[in-house]
Design a protein around this ligand. Structure first.
Ligand SMILES: *Cc1c(COP(=O)(O)O)cnc(C)c1O
Length: 386
């Protein structure tokens, strides 16, 4: 089965894990600090906070930036549910904002402006599929309204190194992301005081760590805030350090594969739309396409699976999930809903070869051809020749 996403793990990761195990220290220690320093350096930041997940990082960032009960936070609905959940963890209210268009499925500045109220305190942008949102425009938007700007950069590891534009940026190292630590995340923040607050909150609000006490740097500890256990550990950090060295090569490979997809789809499946322009800056996290209006996506997904190809949907819109419909009146986001109805995610990861893409696209062309879409029979014939 050709999977939508697959981690690249090998001998170097195994060796790194072995040496952590042999060191006798497996929880948060010098390995986590080394990973934080390397990640910060790559992003031209002074420091970073490694956490147990991107979800934990989003929660910490919002809380450390002062978001709390009764505040409203502008969020996309075309995202993973964690983006909005983390706002609710803070006691704040997520306010869903539509996307620009089905061709630019990134948060709309116009709709965000329309949804601001006196209670709006922050905006979370998400770099869908790895394509960077216009961060200068969002900074100006946030500054003009006195809002905190948080980037959910779960799709965008390895892009936009030119420092921080917003108040905090949160990355994910989950197993299907561009680099992985199995579970894990990282937070960058502009204000060193926010970094310090997050470091304390990720470990129960304690003033000293277990390692500090072991090393004799501290004899006891105080707790100064209600914190959490959101720590990363040295095992995961060791994997992360190895992965970090390869992220540029992997992202370059993703870009090449995306270009091959664009050409093959234009040739074989002209009724399919591909969001974004090929020259836009991206980490190419997923290969997202829009099926023709008339196509039955469920049927396409079943038939692709029969052909040995996994496909998924990014995303069921958060505002239409049962929990969100139950907790607040149904909001209407016409462009997000139109996009999500037609979206299909095809396999994309650095272990794929060009031949896989021909296979995926010709299989798709055949399935769409059976459905009798007007432009497709010709594409199906071409696919048969391949
Ligand atoms: C994966 C993902 C998350 C959650 O990341 P975890 O590390 O699994 O908590 C949040 N937002 C987006 C957009 C994601 O893709």
């Amino acid at each position: 089965m050709l999977l939508v996403a697959e981690p690249v793990l090998g001998e170097e990761e195994k060796a790194a894990l072995h040496s952590v195990i042999d060191s006798g220290w497996i929880t948060m220690g010098n390995g986590v600090s080394a990973f934080e320093r390397a990640f910060a350096k790559m992003h031209m930041a002074d420091d970073a906070v490694a956490v147990s997940s991107c979800t934990a990082g989003l929660h910490l960032a919002l809380e450390a930036l002062g978001i709390g009960a009764g505040d409203e936070v502008l969020v996309p609905s075309l995202t993973f549910v964690a983006t909005a959940n983390s706002v609710i963890y803070c006691g704040a209210v997520p306010v869903f904002v539509d996307i620009v268009s089905t061709h630019q499925p990134l948060l709309s500045l116009v709709d965000a402006a329309a949804k601001c109220t006196p209670r709006t305190k922050a905006v979370v942008i998400m770099h869908y599929a790895g394509y960077l949102a216009d961060r200068d425009a969002w900074c100006a938007f946030a500054r003009a309204r006195g809002l905190k700007l948080i980037e959910d950069s779960a799709h965008a590891v390895g892009t936009g190194r030119a420092g921080l534009s917003g108040d905090a940026t949160v990355f994910s190292f989950f197993g299907n992301k561009n680099m992985t630590t199995a579970e894990g995340g990282m937070v960058l923040a502009r204000d060193p005081a926010v970094i310090e607050r997050m470091k304390r909150l990720r470990s129960h609000g304690m003033t000293a760590s277990t390692l500090d006490r072991l090393n004799g740097h501290a004899l006891t500890y105080d707790v100064t805030a209600l914190g959490y256990n959101y720590r990363m550990d040295d095992l995961r950090a060791a994997i992360g350090l190895v992965q970090l060295r390869q992220i540029d090569d992997w992202n370059a490979r993703r870009e090449t594969l995306t270009d091959v997809y664009r050409q093959a789809i234009a040739r074989l499946c002209p009724t399919i739309e591909i969001p974004f322009e090929s020259h836009q800056v991206s980490a190419h996290h997923i290969l997202s396409i829009l099926l023709p209006e008339a196509a039955d996506r469920r049927h396409v997904m079943v038939r692709m699976r029969e052909g040995g190809i996994q496909t998924t949907v990014h995303y069921p819109p958060v505002h239409l999930l049962s929990y969100y419909i139950d907790r607040s009146p149904r909001v209407y986001l016409p462009i997000t809903e139109a996009f999500a109805r037609r979206e299909l995610t095809l396999p994309l990861h650095p272990r794929m070869i060009e031949h896989h893409i021909e296979l995926v696209v010709s299989t798709l062309a055949n399935i769409l051809g059976e459905l009798g879409s007007p432009l497709v029979p010709q594409a199906a014939k071409l696919a048969a020749v391949l």
